[in-house]
Design a protein. Sequence first.
Length: 120
Amino acid sequence: MPSYDTNNIFAKILRGEVPNDTVLETEHSLAFNDIAPQAPRHVLVIPKGAYMAYDDFSSDASAEELVDFHRAVAEVIRIIEAEEKGFRAITNARTHGMQEVSHFHMHILAGQLMGPLLAS
Ligand code: 5GP
């Protein structure tokens, strides 16, 4: 497993070095609009801690961080009014997942039919 790259763009956002369009901030998590939205609503939810992907976050984060993150996801779904019609939550990891930014993030996509799970 590679080590965490402190120069990734989301680390810069967390340090306030790069601006973001914040949707929600909690003690341990930040949610902001994706810069290149793939749906009418496209929000990224990230932990403030230095985790690279869903698996190291899930195994290494504290109970408080884990609860905070998942409650933030639920709150974002309420904020973007996706409770009734639904949403897609995606997280990519490393090479096969085609992860571009190596700070763990959950994509919340909503506002349209999402189509098949994987494009061929
Ligand atoms: P990944 O492919 O790693 O799962 O997704 C990375 C996401 O981060 C992409 O959807 C991309 O548009 C988004 N992204 C990359 N750079 C920035 C940025 O500087 N600001 C914001 N808000 N989103 C970004």
